[in-house]
Design a binder for this molecule. Structure first.
Ligand code: 13P
Length: 251
């Protein structure tokens, strides 16, 4: 089994202003020595400030999206190179909220992933089925299609993390069961190994996301092929994020 370092990644979504950064100090104080890798992805406006605030701690900073081009006439967009310049080391791509709100297709996510890699960022590529797709027993096909379409060929265990986020479990308090998570994560692992070879396929970390909280984290982290979590709401509170980090460290 490949030696995959666990990763707890917070996705603040469109939440956070300068006064939110105080919780990061609390978090760094309590979990600066965590065995797991820690990452916070604030809104783009806070990337640079957060990078300054966590300098000297083990917490890394990521963006939540980037454009596929490096510069140009794209009003309102931010490029991967700009995120890197602001102090980010990671970027979330293809989150279901961007796929739904901004019509992002697998091809767009793939182009963005390539741009992220060109800028030296690790891409956290999100996949996940809707409730209707799950109820129609299409989950594995949907995830397989998203992986095939969204991931460029040059994936490595360092430049890629895959996050499985069932759309119906995001922000709803509904968590996928351990069996549901295990089935999808095993399938993602198999597909990564088949496409990229066993070495790369085994070294890419797989995160679960969707209503992860301190009280359900241990059960989720006990599932095979779950290497951490992508955490929304709970990542905005130092106590909740800290509880999840503690559960991941103990897993
Ligand atoms: P919640 O943890 O708020 O359900 O959000 C999950 C998510 O979308 C993380 O990217």
């Amino acid at each position: 089994m490949a030696d995959r370092r666990k990763l707890a990644a917070g996705n603040w979504k469109m939440n956070g202003t300068a006064d939110t950064l105080g919780m990061v100090e609390t978090l760094a104080g309590a979990h600066g020595e965590a065995r797991s890798e820690l990452l916070i992805c604030p809104p783009a406006t806070l990337v640079h400030r957060l990078a300054g605030a966590v300098a000297g701690t083990s917490i890394a900073v990521g963006g939540q999206d980037c454009h596929w081009e490096e510069t140009g006439a794209h009003t309102g967009d931010v490029s991967a190179a700009m995120l890197a310049d602001a102090g980010a080391s990671h970027v979330i791509l293809g989150h279901s909220e961007r796929r739904a709100d901004h019509g992002e297709t697998d091809a767009i996510v793939r182009a963005k992933t390539q741009a992220a890699w060109a800028a030296g960022l690790t891409a956290i590529v999100c996949v996940g089925e809707t409730l209707a797709e799950r109820e129609a027993s299409n989950t594995i096909d949907i995830i397989g299609g998203q992986l095939a379409g969204s991931l460029p060929d040059q994936a490595t265990g360092l430049n890629l993390v895959v996050a499985y986020e069932p759309v119906w479990a995001i922000g709803t308090g509904k968590v996928a069961t351990a069996d549901q998570i295990g089935e999808v994560h095993d399938e993602i692992r198999r597909r990564l190994e088949k496409r990229f070879g066993a070495g790369v396929g085994r070294s890419v970390r797989l995160l679960y996301g969707g209503s992860v909280k301190p009280d359900n984290a241990a059960e989720i982290f006990a599932v095979e092929n779950v290497d951490g979590a992508l955490i929304g709401g709970a990542s905005l509170k130092a106590d909740d994020f800290g509880g999840i980090i503690a559960a991941l460290d103990a897993a």
